[in-house]
Write a protein that binds this ligand. Sequence first.
Ligand code: NOJ
Length: 582
Amino acid sequence: MKQRMQALFLFMFCPLFFKNSFSQVNSPTNITDKKWWKESIVYQIYPRSFKDSDGDGIGDLKGLLSELDYVKSLGINAVWLNPIYSSPNDDNGYDVSDYRSIMHDFGTMADFDALLNGMHERGIKLVMDLVVNHSSDEHEWFRQSRSSRNNPYRDYYHWWNAENGKPPYRYSLFDVNGDAWMYDSLTNAYYLHYFSRKQPDLNWENPKLRGEVYDIMKFWADKGVDGFRLDAFQFAAKDTTFPIFPQGFEKNFVLYYATQGNLHGYLQEMNKEVLSKYNVMSVAEGAGNSFTDAHNLVDANRHELNMAYAFDGVDIARPEGYSVLHFKEVFTRWDSAFANNGWLSVFLANHDQARLVSRFGNDGPAFRELSSKMLSTFILTMRGTPYYYNGDELGMTNAGFDKIEDYRDVQTLNEYQHQKNVGGDLQKFLKRKQFESRDNGRTPFQWNGSKNAGFTSGTPWIAVNKNYKNIHAALQEKDPNSCLNYFKSLVKLRNDNKPILVYGKYTLLDKNNPAVYAYTRENEGQKMLILLNFSPANAAASIQLKMSNAQLLLSNYKAAPFVDKEKSIITLKPYQAVIYQL
Ligand code: NOJ
């Protein structure tokens, strides 16, 4: 039980390793079909922590609007914005109480319209987070639903009448007791919540509910938004007979929760009713349990979604470190499974993870910048649409809070309470959270060296990282060698070389090298070589390629690496990243 709660979110979307379940689909190749969402670089903005305009300590839409020139200066062309709908904020907006209005903390619909306009004027597309696996318990639908068994909204949610005994155990990710059924005395029944008690699961088996969601999507698409990221959607369909799951199922609950029932039918319906009618992109969080599941979500001939967002890669990082061989193997396996059909997202961080450089790189003073640039090089040179989380372009690090009072995230707080209840080791728990808590990635964006890093004139809702005087955007804008300027160069390189870096074939080199990740990207005779040293020591890669005409396009060191042309061996410095045109 203890372990289960500790590992809670880590396992959240982590399926079993996808070893055997994909067989090559014999449909026409579509990987090189040109689409704007394949060519986009998605910059993810966590609005609560981006920029506060009114001094209440909470980021808001006006604040974000005021920084659109910064966003534009990155060179990216799409933004995924975490939820901004009305919400009591049990889970920072992932508990929506009204899907057609803006959260009070964030501003008004007029602010939203101005923001959307401002983005479009700058050539930036806006992808909205759509949270419809569950709503808030303060949504009018749920208020109605719980009011009586006969209410017309009763079937918008999953209820289990208590006279039928206790419902079969379902695991909850955010519940203090790990129990997804919450008893409600008003109607003597339990409701289902895979996340917190304030996030009851919507009943997708009810066509009325589905119709409501499609109308909500049309409302936003008619306003001109350019896409939807479907939160936790792989869990939306359920077997409403609620069969008994085997004991211990929660250790791999994705197997039991993801892509169940008629999920694909609902997505096809959503595609027909909404997605196909607009030029919007669509991505669901999580990609099921197998490559077959992932393909079924995104293969073009199925008319469901555009791209898969899978967690195998991001879940590799562990406090005790990770194996580079494993990292290479996972990303290579995914790429080859999607080499002909479908499309992937490429990411190593988001608002549910601790900071990129602290998890996958080395955030000590000697290597923070180098390893951060190296990881950015990886994300921006793989096949698939890159998703890049705000602040990572500065090499922002984990906050490493050491007191529970510093945390704000419902998941961390409820896990802590659970540990307390069961007499767990709280010190050990806090140590682990310094590495993995989601709040590490949610501290305010570090704009400059003034009070609160220029994020707010008030008291920030979550503490600013103590290192903000040394790590901030204003400083980095002036420094040609900063993480920020390196990131901009990478974005430009990808945008200038779309045939190779977006659509080109990926080939892994020097597979068994335990420190260096080496690969090529190529398209129509054009080839680039990417070499990434994931270690804090010099490391050599044997690449077996002719380097005589190689041109160094980008490196995170001033000096080029040593190339032994005869032997095709390239020696890289610690955390060195290089991109060659061959
Ligand atoms: C996934 C979101 O990314 C996460 O932040 C949220 O807590 C859960 N879904 C529940 O909506």
